[in-house]
Design a protein around this ligand. Structure first.
Ligand SMILES: [Zn+2]
Length: 477
């Protein structure tokens, strides 16, 4: 059932009123005095709470005296309104209130952003094993100018973002390549996209040398996941291919990561693929008029007995060779094979999302992802516009030839790591060797996972990329 319902919710504990001006407040039933008091209050505040809705809003009928009321001042900027949605949810959770009614007479766009931030903040973390989920369910009513259609689209958006978050948050003992593939297959048959799973034997016969090398130190076999969604009235004839890094757990392999701080959250090294799965789920549910293929090479990266080792030379699916000098730079090896695999579809565009480099985190922190692209300005501008609109921000980095020189190897076509400086761009240069189509590479290592709850993106997996991809695919294609 969608989180936000338009019929009036009975017995709500809290009445939330969205406003911009004194007039809005009076229109919704606030007394002139209360409206003036709010207007005169410190303008840096934007959330005003009253213990009795019937006292604050005497001009409104049938308000229960025990119902509380919060007035929220909305602004022009969407992101500020999303954050207000988050702050209201935090107040409610603190006071254990989960039955609310939201009312507004503002423009739909301001309300929508608030409701988006509100909804995205209502994600309940999945409890695993026998542990019990403690939080109650939300009951949220809404009366205002956002249409039912838009509310339904919002629900699909949030649910798909939550699918991505939940996948990221599953530890490796709950999500290995095999169970990952099965979960995607379930989602495909439930929501309406086709899923093909290629097992290890198939991956061997396709000679995906990058995927197989990374997988060698693991007892879990790899799975190559292929998702197809094609609407009968698709506006793009050639598919748009989304490739996601799907390393279900990354120990670094023989180039082992230190336990503390870096390995603890390496269940999240498949966040790029989770965003791709989330996007496919949303497109299928929306019955979007597009043709999109999702590709994920799922494997973990471990230092087991047969693990690939620094110094090894491996042959990739495209027949080129790579000198592996750091087994922790494994994501690019799995992505390279997936990018090569994508060529058979003659794609209109390929977008890959990957938790690829610590260097992207060093450059941008959790606030933005790094974009590198071979596309023309127009597509890039459209993507960045989407990134700004949904506040899943992107900063573009160059793919200048000079950044590729440190990947030169004496004994193979290239090395898997180059100089330490500009590591995020060098990773992009590595991948660029495997494309022959318009391509965008998004390094999401920073914003894909939150160690603390800071805003509506939650704690743990943020689902970064789902909202970006959906907005982009809606505006381009
Ligand atoms: Zn790694």
């Amino acid at each position: 059932m969608p989180l936000i319902q338009t019929p009036i919710v009975e017995n709500f504990q809290l009445h939330v009123v969205l406003f911009q001006t004194n007039d809005d407040l009076q229109h919704l039933g606030f007394s002139k005095e209360v409206a003036e008091r709010i207007e005169e209050a410190d303008s840096s505040r934007s959330i005003y709470r009253f213990f009795s809705a019937s006292d604050a809003m005497p001009n409104k009928d049938r308000l229960d005296a025990s119902t509380e009321c919060i007035a929220v001042r909305l602004e022009e900027e969407d992101e500020k309104n999303r954050l207000k949605g988050f702050h209201v949810v935090q107040e409610l959770l603190r006071d254990k209130m989960q039955a609310v009614f939201i009312e507004s007479n503002l423009d739909a766009s301001a309300d929508y952003a608030f409701l988006e931030g509100f909804s995205l903040s209502c994600h309940k973390p999945q409890h695993l094993g026998n542990s019990k989920s403690s939080s109650a369910n939300w009951t949220v009513g809404y009366r205002g100018k956002v249409s039912n259609e838009a509310l339904e689209a919002l629900d699909i958006l949030c649910e798909s973002n939550f699918i991505a978050r939940d996948l990221v948050n599953l530890p490796q003992n709950f999500l290995n390549p095999t169970t990952y593939g099965e979960r995607v297959r379930e989602l495909g048959s439930e929501l309406g996209f086709e899923v093909k799973l290629h097992d290890k034997a198939a991956i061997e016969s396709m000679k995906m040398g990058g995927v197989l090398a990374v997988n060698r130190g693991s007892i879990e076999p790899p799975v190559f996941i292929e998702m197809h969604y094609c609407s009968s009235n698709s506006k793009n004839k050639k598919p748009i291919v989304l490739v996601g890094k799907g390393v279900t757990y990354d120990t670094g392999g023989l180039s082992l990561k230190p336990t503390k701080n870096s390995m603890d959250f390496m269940k999240a090294d498949m966040a790029g693929s989770a965003a791709v799965v989330g996007a496919l789920c949303a497109l299928a549910r929306q019955k979007a008029d597009c043709y999109v293929i999702g590709l994920v090479a799922a494997t973990d990266n471990r230092p087991g007995g047969d693990a690939y080792a620094p110094g090894d030379v491996i042959t990739m699916m495209d027949g080129t060779t790579v000198e592996v000098l750091n087994t922790d730079a494994e994501g690019r090896l799995t992505l390279a094979d997936a990018l090569h695999f994508a060529k058979q579809f003659d794609p209109k565009l390929v977008v890959d999302l990957a938790t690829l480099t610590g260097s992207a985190v060093a450059a941008l922190g959790g606030e933005a992802a790094a974009l590198m692209t071979s596309c023309d300005q127009e597509i890039t501008k459209t993507l960045i516009k989407s990134a700004n609109a949904v506040d899943e921000r992107l900063v573009e980095f160059p793919l200048w030839a000079c950044y590729g020189t440190s990947l030169k190897s004496d004994i193979a076509d290239q090395k898997n790591v180059g100089s330490r400086e500009a590591g995020l761009i060098i990773a992009g240069k590595f991948l660029e060797k495997y494309i022959d189509y318009p391509w965008m590479h998004i390094d999401i290592a920073g914003p894909s996972f939150n160690h603390q709850i800071k805003n509506y993106r939650g704690k743990g997996g943020s689902g970064y990329g789902v909202r970006l991809l959906l907005d982009f695919l809606k505006s381009w294609g």
